[in-house]
Design a protein around this ligand. Structure first.
Ligand code: SF4
Ligand code: SF4
Ligand code: SF4
Length: 338
């Protein structure tokens, strides 16, 4: 088989590989959620429930606490000892976006995966539609406004002592349980908002990620520095627009030679959709074409490397004894934001 033939057959596997990869992370997250719920039940009632170890990976869902910890760490404080896994995953996601686009969103994040599944259902049932540009563009700014708000509060307003006060507060200690509590017993308003977001995800492509997620906004901004880019060869391109229809981030790929866009999640769906050999490729800044599979390979490699370093250096599991978590979980209703 020719080199091109090999590349094409590799490209055809991208979608399937992504689906497998995202599914495995999603299954792992469901397992972590179940384990954390069991730990929480034990903490509330040790006599009535058997002990299940607290899964450190649950901290990956606490990005705001991780931002506080990261700033403290960069200001010379210790690496987070309360939720170290949360800080590790946060650093991994930022490093991945710095080098390999928003690979964290495209290949790892289970919420992005849920959004992709909702999109598939929406497309199959024919209820999905694209918002007109006059609504799409202002809505696109919402996640950046949310990011700006959190950045202002945490990066701009809080000095080291305020960061440390928050970090050592009971609220931060039980923020994982607070999150669980929020989903188990949402207020009417919170439940209505969540339901609205879920319903919108079936009719508007990538609704949460595209318009509302400040985490994705941060990764998108750092991804602008990423050396790996999708390149289009206008000499080969037939303007069939199959790439644009496949792109979950609704990027106008045919209007440019290089996709330098903070919405690009590095999913490579466009590369797979393109019927022309060597027309859409993954390239380095010096225009050298590399195999597209390098992006997920490096994304996952860096993610697991960060995990391994944290694990081996003792920065994955919390130093807080489970009895302390237990004591504070039992006071969950009395502990508010500092
Ligand atoms: S935008 Fe947010 S929710 Fe969506 S995939 Fe990225 S980090 Fe996950
Ligand atoms: S441009 Fe290509 S890699 Fe980027 S989000 Fe769209 S389909 Fe995925
Ligand atoms: S799918 Fe390929 S050939 Fe078609 S418009 Fe996109 S880049 Fe051009």
């Amino acid at each position: 088989m020719s080199q091109h033939g090999n590349n094409n057959s590799l490209n055809q596997k991208i979608s399937r590989l992504r689906l497998i990869c995202q599914s495995l992370f999603a299954i792992f997250c469901i397992y972590v959620g179940w384990q954390f719920y069991s730990f929480y039940l034990w903490a509330l009632d040790p006599a009535g429930n058997s002990f299940v170890p607290r899964p450190s990976a649950v901290e990956a869902f606490l990005p705001l606490g991780a931002l506080v910890s990261l700033k403290r760490f960069l200001m010379g404080a210790e690496f987070d000892t309360i939720h170290p896994a949360g800080l590790t995953v946060f650093i991994a996601a930022i490093l991945i976006s710095l080098f390999f686009r928003k690979g964290f969103c495209g290949w790892i994040c289970p919420i992005g995966f849920s959004s992709n599944l909702a999109e598939r259902v929406g497309k199959k049932t024919g209820i999905m539609f694209a918002l007109p540009a006059w609504i799409d563009l202002p809505l696109l700014s919402v996640k950046y406004l949310l990011l700006g708000f959190f950045a202002y509060l945490i990066l701009w307003k809080m000095g080291l002592s305020e960061l440390t006060d928050f970090h050592r507060s009971p609220y931060n200690l039980i923020s994982d349980a607070k999150m669980l509590h929020f989903f188990l017993q949402p207020s009417v308003l919170a439940a209505s908002i969540m339901l609205g977001i879920i319903l919108f995800s079936f009719v508007i492509r990538n609704f949460w990620c595209r318009y509302l997620c400040p985490y994705g906004a941060l990764l998108g901004l750092t991804a602008l520095l990423s050396p790996l880019q999708i390149r289009r060869d206008p000499e080969i391109c037939t303007s069939c627009k199959k790439c644009e229809r496949a792109c979950p981030a609704s990027i106008h790929i045919t209007r440019r030679k290089t996709v330098r866009n903070c919405e690009c999640i590095g999913c490579l769906e466009c590369v797979q959709a393109c019927p022309e050999d060597e027309c859409l490729t993954l390239a380095t800044p010096c225009k050298k074409t590399v195999t597209p599979l390098l992006l997920p390979a490096l994304t996952l490699g860096l993610f697991f490397l960060c995990y391994l370093i944290a694990r081996l250096s003792g920065h994955w599991n919390s130093e807080i004894p489970v009895e302390v978590f237990q004591r504070y979980y039992q006071m969950i209703d009395k502990i508010g934001h500092p």
